[in-house]
Unconditional design. Structure first.
Length: 362
């Protein structure tokens, strides 16, 4: 994971993505991905990638803060970026025209809020291309509720708790300096009984063990990592746009519990919002007059830059954390000095007692 120093992650990501407008740079990437690509195919695929990147940047740039228009421009910006990333990694394959998802009119009619919207998947389309890029096992025959996706997006956890009066399925983690394998976990509610009943099997089978604790300030969690957790962070950990770590219980999907990637979560949410705006405007207006509009607003405005971070990572194959300044490292311990001070304290305590303190442990 690479740390990037910038006071504006959004602009930084736009600049990074702009590099993929260079035809020769694109050719070098696709030849590396598929060395046997013909010269003609190199030219046509690089032109297609350049077009999708350019259109994605233009659509993103004109995305305003109007709740009735931004879903369209943001989704189609993301859709174009995903197409570019897919061709960059699989230049020998072709794209399909569909988005890879659909909404059912009869199901939408009975929804009392946007969290109740059910999203269906198709076997082909841009979403199928996306999960191939992210190497996710996604049962496309299953469906997903938007509320479940809201519950695992780190940036939404506090608003989720406020809107639904329940804990989200993603928890902020704070590392402990004295031990790299344990974390303190923060909750947004004080409903310890409800949180304790959550299914944490996704965490435990990946070597992450969550224990609920109580103190004078409310409830919190202790997260312990075992050797089984090595190399499995991506299965249970999310990062927000500031580089903070969150663990998740995941969501039930089909017959399993999964942790969808953040870019897949955003793709599904933005697709749903754009289809509602375009084909079900009265329903969209209804949803935007309910308390869940706070979740919609954050996804469409505050999380725009998160989308760009995800795209920059997808195009480059790297993981990034953006920060305005890099924290100072803790001073390395001089263990010889620590030992000298410890022996001095033991000697002092022995004199005070008139006997060795080691007798307490014999």
């Amino acid at each position: 994971m690479k740390t990037i120093i910038s006071d504006n992650a959004e602009v930084e990501c736009q600049n990074m993505i702009t590099a993929f407008l260079d035809a020769e740079f694109i050719k070098s990437k696709i030849v590396k991905a598929y060395p046997n690509l013909s010269a003609t195919k190199q030219k046509t695929v690089s032109e297609d990638i350049r077009f999708y990147i350019n259109q994605g940047l233009e659509l993103y740039t004109v995305s305003d803060t109007s709740i009735n228009t931004i879903p369209l421009t943001l989704f189609y910006a993301l859709n174009n970026f995903v197409k570019a990333a897919y061709l960059l990694q699989f230049p020998n394959l072709s794209l399909t025209g569909s988005h890879g998802m659909e909404l059912k009119s009869n199901e939408l009619e009975v929804c009392n809020g946007i969290g109740e919207v059910t999203v269906h998947f198709t076997k082909k389309g841009t979403f199928a291309n996306l999960i191939e890029l992210t190497n996710e096992e996604f049962d496309l025959a299953s469906t997903v509720l938007l509320k479940d996706l809201f519950s695992i997006i780190p940036e939404l956890c506090n608003i989720y708790a406020l809107v639904y009066s329940e804990e989200a399925n993603v928890y902020l983690m704070q590392g402990k300096k004295e031990c790299a394998s344990t974390y303190k976990v923060f909750f947004q509610t004080n409903n310890g009984k409800e949180i304790s009943c959550r299914d944490t099997s996704l965490l435990s089978r990946n070597g992450y063990h969550l224990y609920i604790q109580n103190d004078y300030d409310g409830i919190y969690g202790d997260l312990s990592l075992t050797q089984d957790s090595w190399g499995k962070e991506n299965n249970v950990i999310y990062y927000d746009s500031h580089g903070n770590k969150y663990c998740t219980n995941g969501i039930k999907f089909g017959g399993d519990i999964i942790k969808p990637s953040k870019i897949c979560n955003l793709y599904i949410c933005y697709y749903t919002f754009s289809m509602l705006v375009r084909y079900y405007p009265s329903l969209w207006i209804k949803f935007c007059n309910l308390k869940e509009v706070s979740l919609i607003n954050k996804l469409l405005t505050n999380m725009k830059s998160s989308m760009l971070i995800e795209i920059a990572q997808l195009l480059s194959g790297e993981r990034y954390i953006f920060t305005a300044q890099i924290a100072e490292m803790d001073k390395d311990l001089d263990y010889s000095e620590v030992l000298k001070k410890l022996l001095k304290e033991i000697e002092s305590e022995n004199r005070r007692r008139g006997q060795s303190i080691l007798l307490d442990y014999i």
